[in-house]
Design a protein around this ligand. Structure first.
Ligand code: ZN
Ligand code: ZN
Length: 352
């Protein structure tokens, strides 16, 4: 099915073959989970090139692929397979300069063209099995959030919280974390990307937690800002605006809308409240085998939302040197609107 769709896209793009090198794409198109694998797919053949460690696993996982053993790098073999072909689609964003040079040399007169957009596009709409896995990944994340609330108290380091979160997620069945966790307390909560540091949490501070699980190769992602004791009154105002922006965007989201239009709904709410200059990032991103996939929700995204897409909705307001608030849920685009998959509370949480 995935290969049929891929071949259809290859035909439309006049590519008689593609070379797939990044592990998410290798997994998506073949099912192979080893750390060394390259796919070479033509209109009637499909090959998986890997080294001796993975031959057995490759034959088991990559159904219908001809497994070729390559004990050094695969360019010579790719050169042989591409004989007589006019062009090959490659992944320009994940291929190293050295790999590109070797493939180019091996491919001879055959033209190499970037096919990343073809692969990205095929991964945008999730199938029912992928949606089930993502639901589970998100459920695990919700549970880990509920568990961490007890651990948040003055004197605890941000890094300890990040570690606890990962530990809970793994106990709940995750294989790891989906990115470097953000635990940003006090003034650091103004950093949209404040990765957990050695800073200790102090009473009265806001703490932004942005984290996710890797579960059966799929990523989850959520953010909540919570408060350790009574925060300054201004935080209530910011929280109310961010939540209103997020809920307005979720309400409005539906198939047929562009990423830009969705972004504008939240941006309008924050802009009208007077904080437009302090929401400096896009509203959200798709996620799946990778934490950031296409389409995005931002001021430039012209791609149209379709049922089966899974995206985050994560507006924020960040006041430099003071603090910030972000709220992030994952949603599924349905036939008529959006279903919120994240279940964690969005109330203004004060931990005493
Ligand atoms: Zn996040
Ligand atoms: Zn995110």
């Amino acid at each position: 099915m995935r290969i049929d769709k891929l071949r259809q896209a290859m035909t439309e793009n006049e590519l008689p073959a593609v070379l797939i090198t990044s592990s998410p794409n290798v997994f998506y198109f073949s099912g192979f989970t080893g750390t060394n694998g390259t796919l070479f797919i033509t209109m009637d053949r499909k090959y998986l090139l890997t080294d001796f460690r993975y031959i057995e696993q490759a034959e088991k996982e990559a159904n219908g692929f001809e497994v070729i053993r390559v004990d050094s790098e695969p360019s010579v073999e790719i050169g042989k397979l591409s004989e007589g072909l006019q062009s090959i689609g490659i992944e320009e964003n994940t291929l190293s300069w050295a790999e590109y040079r070797r493939f180019k040399e091996a491919a001879g007169n055959c033209r190499l063209a970037d096919a990343s957009e073809i692969f990205n596009r095929l991964r945008e709409v999730k199938d029912p099995a992928e949606i089930e896995i993502l639901r589970k990944a998100i459920r695990i994340t919700d549970e880990a959030f509920a568990m961490i609330l007890d651990r948040l108290k003055p004197g605890v380091q941000e890094e300890e919280i990040a570690l606890e979160l990962e530990f809970s997620l793994r106990r709940l069945g995750a294989s790891g974390r989906s990115f470097d966790y953000i635990v940003a307390s006090g003034g650091r909560s103004a950093l949209p990307h404040g990765v957990a540091s050695s800073k200790k949490i102090i009473a009265g501070e806001a703490v932004t937690l942005d984290f996710g699980a890797k579960y059966q190769w799929y990523c989850s992602d959520m953010t909540r800002t919570v408060f350790i004791g009574q925060p300054e009154a201004k935080y209530r105002e910011l929280y109310r605006i961010v939540l209103e922006a997020q809920e307005a965007a979720i309400q409005a989201l539906k198939p047929g809308m562009t990423g830009k239009e969705a972004d504008a709904v939240a941006r309008d709410v924050i802009g009208k409240a007077g904080y437009g200059d302090f929401f400096g990032h896009g509203l959200g991103h798709s996620l799946g085998l990778e934490i950031h996939e296409t389409p995005r929700l931002n001021t430039r995204e012209n791609k149209v939302l379709e049922p089966g897409m899974i995206l985050t909705v994560e507006p924020g307001i960040y006041l430099p040197g003071w603090g910030g608030v972000r709220i992030e849920d994952v949603i599924l685009v349905t036939n008529f609107g959006a279903e919120v998959l994240t279940q964690a509370s969005k109330q203004f949480i004060i931990i005493d």
